[in-house]
Design a protein around this ligand. Sequence first.
Ligand code: CA
Length: 220
Amino acid sequence: MANRTINMDEKLYSYLLDMGLREPEVLARLREATEAEELSVMRSAPEQGQFMAMLIRLTGARRVIEVGTYTGYATLWMALALPEDGQIITCDISERWSFVARRFWEQAGVQDKVSLYLRPALQTLDELLEFDEAASFDFAFIDADKENYELYYERCLQLIRAGGVIVIDNVLWGGSVIDDAKHDSATEAIRAFNRKLKEDQRIELVMLPVADGMTLALKQ
Ligand code: CA
């Protein structure tokens, strides 16, 4: 036993999934379909999706923004957790993966809760702000191009209400954040983003070693 986060080897991780994961069948099928796609590493981990579903319930969220849809796996976890009149606006630029996403949203019967905007996310977020949607969302999930994380975060922070939560994915970036040899644009962007949030007094901060690292920012 230790008073720090436990190391997770394959066997212990399997146990965690065996004991802790209740993945609806439609999500398991979407996960399998996503394994076949290139860049399948971009899909959220199942325990992470389940955690976000519970966060949606805990915060009583009704309106959600997602930046980075990919095949819609995290979207589907969140959509299933939302009430009947809940709504997710999800942003991506890939037509191809959205085809997979839409198919499974329909199978799960949540298609009416999900609005997919296929164009640069900054454009969608800026338009929401122009249309007076500031402080009208409860929850945001940012999981897209890392170079734009800060810009996505600043807009999402305006779009969610006080007491709303922003979840940001990949904040440990496979450990690259502490690798002195890594200076690519994505790694540098995540380092700068993490430093910024550490000092950001507009939020309460939690950084969790779930999946590839996820930060929770609770808007004051
Ligand atoms: Ca991710």
